[in-house]
Write a protein that binds this ligand. Sequence first.
Ligand SMILES: Nc1ncnc2c1ncn2[C@@H]1O[C@H](COP(=O)(O)OP(=O)(O)OP(=O)(O)O)[C@@H](O)[C@H]1O
Length: 337
Amino acid sequence: MESTSEFLNIKDVSTAFKINGKYYDAISHINLEVHHDEILAIVGESGCGKSTLATTIMGLHDPAETKISGEVDFEGTNLLTLNEAGYNKFRGAKIGMIFQDPLSALNPLKRIEDQISEVMDYHTNFTAEQKHDRVLELLDQVGIVNPKRTAHQFPHELSGGMRQRVIIAIAIACKPDLIIADEPTTALDVTIQAQILDVLREIQKENHAGIILITHDLGVVAETADRVAVMYAGQIVEQGSAEQIFNTPKHPYTRSLLRSMPQLENQNDDLYVIQGNVPSLQRMPHEGDRFAPRIPWVPESAHEKDPVMHVIETGHEVRCTCYKEFKFPDEAEDVKA
Ligand SMILES: Nc1ncnc2c1ncn2[C@@H]1O[C@H](COP(=O)(O)OP(=O)(O)OP(=O)(O)O)[C@@H](O)[C@H]1O
C-alpha cells in the first residue's frame, strides 16, 4: 500500500477562459498535492475557481476557448500533455468523477446495471458474469439496500440520494486511485448528505483512494476532510490539515468563511456576512491581496504587493502576511467596518 505518498502533484497550474476574444485567468498558479488515503477538500464561495480546477485536472476544457499552463503530474504522467484518447484511458479508470447533479449525469433511458457496466466495458476485460457480480458488489458498497432490484431500475425510479450512490458506484467501478467529487451532496437534503459523505469516507478507506472533495460548505469539510485548501478568486489562500484550518485558521478569508458558518465561532451571535462578492474574471485584481476589497478596514500596508504562500508550520501555508494583524471589526475598537 502506498499509504501517504503523493500521487497527484499539481504544479503552477493556471486556466484562462476566452471572453470576448481575450483570455482571463479563472485559476492562477495553483500548487497542490493529493496523497493516497486522504480526502482533500477544496473550499471557497461560488465563483472562486473550484470547478475549473477539477475540470482542468480531468481535461474537460475546449482547447479553442481555454489556455492552460503548468503541470498535473498523476502517477508519473503529466495529464495536461494528453490528447482526448490519452485522457480517456484515465477518466473512469484511474480517475473517477462525481458531479453535483446525479440526475443529469445518468442516462434516463438505461437501466442502472447497464450504466455501471458501461464503464467496465471500456476499461476492463470482464465477462458478462463478472460485470454483473461487480455491479451488485458496487451497489452494495455504496449502501444500496437491495442491489438486485436497483440494478434493474431506471434513474427516475430512484430517489436523489440513491442516484448519487449510483454515480459513486460508476465512479469507483474500476477502483480509481483518484476520485474528484464536485459538490457531491449539494443537491441532497441534510440527512442524505451525511450518508453520502459516509459512503465517500468508506470508499476512501477500502480502496485507499485519494479524494478531492469540492464544496462551498464548511460543514461538509469539517465532517469529511483530512486536509483543506481554501480558494479565493482563483488562488489558494490557505492550506493545511483539517485541524489546522478549523483550529488555527490564518487568512482573513478562511476566518471569514468560518465565522459565516453557523455553529462554529458564532453560536450566540448573528451570522457574519462577508462584504461584497467574488470578483468576476474581467475584474480580478492583478496586484495585492485579492480578498483586500472585502475587508476594507484593514490598511493597505498590511497586505503584500504580490502575496505569496508562507509556511506557518509543517503542512500549513497561508498567502499574504496580512493575517498577522487581521482582526474583525468587533475584535478591535480602533477599526471601522
Ligand atoms: N467556460 C467558462 N467561460 C468563461 N468563464 C468561466 C467558464 N467557466 C467558469 N467561468 C468563470 O470562472 C470563475 C470560476 O468558476 P468556477 O465554476 O470554477 O467556480 P466555482 O468555485 O466552482 O463556483 P461554483 O460552485 O459556482 O461552480 C467564475 O467567475 C466563472 O464565471
